[in-house]
Ligand binder design. Sequence first.
Ligand code: PEP
Ligand code: MG
Length: 556
Amino acid sequence: MEKTLRGVGVSHGVAIGQVRHMGTAVLEPPATQIPTEDAPREQARAQAAVEAVAADLVARGNLAGGEAQAVLEAQALMAQDPELMADVSRRIAVGSSAERGVYDAFAAYRALLASAGEYLAGRVADLDDVRNRIVARLLGVPMPGVPDSDEPYVLFARDLAPADTALLDPTLVLGFVTEEGGPTSHSAILARAMGVPAVVALPGAIEVAEGTVVAVDGSSGDVLLEPSQEKQDELRAAAAARKAALAASSGPGQTSDGHRVPLLANVGGPADVPAALENGAEGVGLFRTEFLFLDDSAKAPSAEKQVEAYRKVLEAFPEGRVVVRVLDAGADKPLDFLTPADEPNPALGVRGLRTLLEHPEVLRTQLRSLAKAAEGLPVHLEVMAPMVADRKDAKDFAAACREAGLDAKFGAMVEIPSAALRARSILQEVEFLSLGTNDLAQYTFAADRQVGALARLQDPWQPALLDLVAAAADAARVSGKSCGVCGEAAADPLLAVVLTGLGVTSLSMGAASIPYVRTTLAKYTLAQCRRAAEAARAADSAEEARAAAQQVLSGE
Ligand code: PEP
Ligand code: MG
């Protein structure tokens, strides 16, 4: 029976496919004692699970080929390590269940590896993955992490962390649906970066059965369960017609009377560059460098690795503008080697620029790597700091950039209300502002961006947020400097019109949204954008602001 669930649509388009759930971390099996006579049966269960997991890893390696195959084969060998298996058997003989025996034997081996120097310590994550797979198999629960599927699927999850999503195969993921997360969560950001439809904050998402066919409408937020063939055909035809109309749009971002608003792409690394170019991005407005740090959250990537990744992005935009954000660790993007583990409230703790000022060596390496990467390239490099709170933060960041010998413009992200309110004083130290409306909404409304139930307060149409955008844009205009938006607000075509009316000078978004924003912006004059902005700011709620802007634009 067809049934519709409704969440918040955060990435346009329609995806139709089968549901696959993101497996959650494996729980610790209970430490109950088993009777001695059960030991042989439990040992056989453990042995069978180990063999099945090893065979599965080898099979997946054969499919993947290349470097991935070597890694998966090494994991398969790990699973079958005779000493490890002997330890599992010993533990079962003295009363452990198969799953508990595996869990404890791997924990002991893990401790050994972790203390055995850098190379072996690096294998700990692989070992944990093998253990989780065996324990999940024994417990009969889904494999942890990204689904093992060779067929395309719609990924359902409670929420997605950047570390999970780094492992997704973009050719298999048709779309995302999450139970938690608001319009600015990482699930939403990643879906836009990948150009796949997504719905977040969907109550009941984790209860939808594995394998159910769903149609996800990333614009309306509707998720249809078991849609009829007729309905599927109708949705596909409408999505294709819309896509074709958008594909015809090209050229720089501007209003119908020629007021230029460069449309830039948000990228997480070189892998996102092709989509940015395909969608006609005029440059990069936000290069989230923390994705480079996620491969191994135990240490910073080497300078060489950083230079290589930065250069690939910079080379792709000759003569263009590329705004690189220095590492934004902490809160929703924790890194083991930098983020304090015991903060009572990480979103209000040492994160973003605060972390970098406490670890100047990490900032220095990053800035020097950027300087090196840009050497000899005609690109317009701009570097900005996340989570700037006041003039002192901006001053310290600019000083670090100068000290690193960076030939670039230095800027500050406006993500904290204090920075928007005192933008003029921050602009005494830096040359541009970039509004991170995701965090700015979070801090303005005291509403965690990861919590689905608070999606209403994360809505970037909230008039209080628009007031702060206006304050920052006004300060930049008076100072003769630029003020872009790189938060997810820029990806909403109608809101992009309002932001332009508020005086924002560039819009940066997941590449797939660029054609939508370009076509909508080109329909209105700057004067219309300003009137829509005024009407939105005069409203009392996000819904009213949206309706008021729509009315102004359609009535003229
Ligand atoms: C923001 O906060 O709006 C932003 C662009 O940064 P991130 O989403 O990476 O925190
Ligand atoms: Mg932010």
